[in-house]
Write a protein that binds this ligand. Structure first.
Ligand code: PLP
Length: 435
């Protein structure tokens, strides 16, 4: 245990849950051993508080850094914004430049609003939908953040959100009066969606989905969503917070054949600087004027400046093609190496957000994988988020290490007691109280 774990112990006495994002909890990776904090991050390299260097082949800032950490071009643009004044009584002109750029990339949209976080931006979209339709119920699929409109789905049925990415999300603190205002359905499940429409259709104010995550859309799924939302006159909202700017320069809906009314971007659009973007059709977006949607720091300058610089660089270097290729190499590498060592794994997800699962004793083997990869100098888990800073040399080094770690896991599995190789507790698999 290094300085990072010491600091994390202190953090847990001062900050409930220790950190601000569940996915950054050290317990999600390797309890008691994960370095927890960084002093510097550049490209795909990370230095912990003890000065130890790692290659990040895990989440790259939980999906925020599509170009890589501390990208020189984005940083230069941001440094100019800081020097010229990040905040002012007047507005930042880059808000308009970014709006034009987003509409150029998504010609079906003609209006834009901003927030900073992904969950915030999604909440703006849902507010606009309810304001425009004057109806309360939101049908959704996937993960959309921590806000009340989303968590209220768990007021009805305690585990309604399980299976929508993060299990165990608790709605404590969400007003019980919100029960029955949002209902989940599973991606690609047309029957489930139609049942919800049958039951709640008259009161549905919007339908929310992630463009894509673990599986590709089935034939006819998007068409059904479009048909039903059009029939009801309510917006189809696509959440591109994780899927946007990964497979193509813009929303994944553009290449998957989904025609939304509103699309929401955050995270990967501004390379580590806070930015949330809501784009949509005027007929719905205009309702943003009928509701009070307003926040001081949604007007600061760094967000739009970072987004413009990131998008321009992604466009110039065809970054998404690189990210797709990296993910493909990693997925193929996992599958080939698992085969070589006789391991039973499932590999999936879109290439830039690649993922594998051990089919037997998954948590034990995942913990062992992270533990052994860390010892070899990699931040690694059973997910790999690609970025522009990942070069062939990183992929080669990573797969060489995976080869060795899979060999050990294969031995441990054959001995039927893989726990004995663990130097600490098992990693966590979902949301829970820490102490
Ligand atoms: C699809 C999707 N929507 C919304 C969010 C929430 O974004 P944020 O964590 O920036 O609030 C996330 C975060 O992972 C996400 O993946």
């Amino acid at each position: 245990m290094g300085k990072g774990q010491d600091l994390y112990k202190l953090a847990k006495t001062l900050i409930p849950g220790g950190v601000q994002l569940l996915s950054k909890r050290p317990e999600q990776f390797l309890p008691d051993q994960w370095p927890a904090y960084y002093q510097k991050a550049k490209g795909c390299e990370v230095w912990d508080l003890d000065g130890k260097k790692y290659i990040d082949m895990s989440f790259m800032g939980i999906g925020a850094c599509t170009l890589g950490y501390a990208d020189d071009d984005v940083n230069t643009a941001v440094q100019k914004a800081i020097a010229d004044g990040n905040m002012c009584t007047l507005n930042a002109p880059e808000e308009v430049e970014l709006a034009e750029l987003m509409i150029e990339l998504h010609p079906w949209a003609n209006m834009v609003r901003y927030a900073r976080g992904g969950g915030d931006a999604m909440t703006v979209a849902v507010r606009i939908a309810r304001a425009a339709t004057k109806k309360d119920i939101i049908l959704f699929s996937g993960y959309h953040g921590w806000h009340d409109w989303y968590l209220s789905a768990n007021l009805g049925e305690n585990n309604a959100l399980d299976g929508q990415l993060l299990p165990g999300l608790k709605p404590a603190g969400v007003a019980r009066g919100m029960k029955g205002t949002s209902y989940p359905f599973f991606y690609n499940n047309k029957t489930e969606f139609l049942e919800l429409i049958k039951k709640h259709g008259a009161n549905v104010g919007g339908v929310v989905i992630e463009a894509v995550r673990n599986v590709e859309p089935n034939e006819g799924f998007f068409d059904l969503l479009t048909k039903e939302t059009k029939r009801l006159g309510v917006p189809l909202i696509v959440d591109e917070v994780s899927s946007g700017f990964r497979m193509n320069c813009g929303g994944a809906h553009m290449i998957l054949g989904l025609q939304p009314d509103i699309a929401v971007f955050a995270k990967g659009v501004s390379n580590g600087f806070p930015m949330g973007i809501i784009i949509g059709k005027k007929e719905f977006m205009d309702a943003a004027q009928d509701s009070f949607i307003s926040s001081t720091y949604w007007t600061e300058r760094i967000g739009p400046v970072a987004a413009i610089a990131s998008i321009k660089k992604m466009r110039q270097f065809n970054v998404q093609k690189h990210m797709m290729e990296c993910g493909k190499k990693i997925q193929e590498g996992w599958a080939k190496l698992a085969d070589k060592h006789g391991l039973n794994i499932h590999v999936g997800s879109i290439y830039p957000l690649s993922h594998f699962d051990f089919n037997e004793t998954p948590l034990v083997l995942k913990t062992l994988f992270t533990q052994e990869m860390l010892a070899k100098g990699f931040l690694a888990t059973n997910s790999y988020y690609s970025c522009f800073a990942h070069k062939q040399e990183h992929i080669d080094a990573y797969l060489t290490a995976v080869d060795q770690v899979f060999e050990l896991i294969s031995i441990a599995t054959k001995e039927k007691n893989p726990e004995k190789y663990l130097k600490g507790p098992l990693c966590h698999s979902g949301f829970k109280r820490l102490n």
